[in-house]
Design a protein around this ligand. Structure first.
Ligand SMILES: *[C@@H]1O[C@H](CO)[C@@H](O)[C@H](O)[C@H]1NC(C)=O
Length: 363
């Protein structure tokens, strides 16, 4: 990425304009001008009505719509197919000083599938409930609202006579919901992207029902770690070293000390919660089942524990890997581990994670 820049006043202005969408009066106060609330809502509904649900998104209809929006505010746009049938729409608002690093307002056009029979209103109807002002549509939050807010903000700023110093680009990309490989990834590695000289990107975040807009940065990445200990099984009455549970407990103690050291930094006010590595145990698995619970006079030969670890971008992942190897699942204690390094696709729910790397050490 090019020289880092500070967000300029007009990015902030954009943010302010985004808020307007959420504080609109009911659509009955229709007016002719294209910035009236009813027009804004109706454009949003049109975008929502385009069925861009995976696995068969109607990308061409979405691209056509977005290009027509760009035309309506007299901004040049193009549809680029890095992969055939998967257009990325790029809209350009030229700045008065186009040599400065630009601002990229990014969103994706595809949405996750919906189960229509579970919906009060069909998921691509964009039904507007007049009493609550709510719009029912798949993708209304993730993230067509953001894409439309960018466009509406630009529309308003442009209509007010504002001209940005930096060039502003709006990118509407395909395939985010399935990993983004044919969309954002190809775009990020393309000459097209290089030529934009991007200084800052605004991407997906949380929709806000109120007047405040929350910026997120430095998303932590999840690692899911499972450690496994083995050891000679034995009678429950016998004291001996290197049982599976004893071996596992040594690791758990070490992990707990690490957890406490991180948490202490937060408690002492030295670090924010998002700036330390968090480790929390997700499961513990050991024991020999019996009809009434567990066999109580037997030390099991295997024991396993799972941890949800979250790593801030400032932490050194290699040193954590070393720690796992040497302290949390050391060969010297006959331990094995598996860690899934995940990409977080939906920070708000944490429910859509893809494993992009798996490290394991088996015996
Ligand atoms: C590891 O396994 C070997 C072979 O079963 C055993 O001799 C040794 O005691 C074990 N070490 C530990 C620390 O459990």
């Amino acid at each position: 990425m090019a020289t880092p820049i500070k967000p300029t006043s007009h990015t902030l202005l954009c943010f302010c304009c985004f808020l307007l969408l959420f504080t609109i009066p009911p659509p009955s106060v229709a007016a002719g001008d294209s910035s009236s609330p009813s027009q804004v809502i109706s454009r949003f509904q049109q975008y929502l009505q385009i069925n861009t649900a995976q696995p068969t998104p109607d990308y061409h209809l979405a691209a056509e719509f977005l290009i027509s929006q760009a035309d309506s505010i007299s901004l040049p746009s193009r549809s680029i197919e890095f992969v055939h049938g998967k257009p990325l729409v790029l809209i350009h608002w030229p700045g008065s000083d186009p040599d400065l690093p630009s601002i990229l307002l990014y969103s994706h056009t595809d949405v996750v599938p919906a189960e229509p029979h579970k919906w009060d209103h069909p998921p691509f109807s964009a039904h507007l409930d007049p009493s609550s002002g709510r719009i029912f549509a798949r993708g209304s939050q993730d993230m067509k609202c953001v894409g439309m807010q960018y466009l509406e903000a630009v529309r308003r700023l442009k209509a007010s006579g504002f001209r940005p110093r930096r060039s502003v680009y709006l990118a509407f990309s395909p395939d985010e919901e399935i990993g983004g490989h044919d969309g954002a990834e190809k775009f990020a590695y393309s000459d097209v992207f290089d030529a934009l000289n991007v200084g800052i990107v605004l991407d997906e975040g949380l929709a806000s029902p109120g007047d405040s807009y929350r910026p997120f940065y430095a998303e932590r990445s999840p690692w899911w770690l499972v450690i496994k200990a083995v050891g000679a099984p034995g009678h429950g009455a016998k004291l001996y070293d290197n049982s599976a549970v004893e071996n596992l407990l040594k690791s758990i103690e070490s992990i707990r000390r690490f957890r406490a050291s991180q948490f202490d930094l937060v408690k002492a006010g030295l670090r924010a919660e998002g700036e330390v590595i968090s480790v929390n145990m997700a499961f513990l698995k050991a024991g020999t089942p019996s009809p009434t619970g567990f066999v109580m006079n037997l030390q099991p030969s295997e024991a396993e524990a799972g941890f949800d670890i979250r790593i801030p971008p400032t932490a050194d992942p290699e040193s954590l890997e070393r720690r796992i190897n040497e302290e949390w699942a050391p060969v010297s204690r006959n331990m094995t581990f598996q860690v899934m390094m995940l990409s977080l696709l939906a920070p708000m729910n944490g429910d859509r994670l893809i494993a992009n790397k798996v490290r394991r050490r088996e015996q």
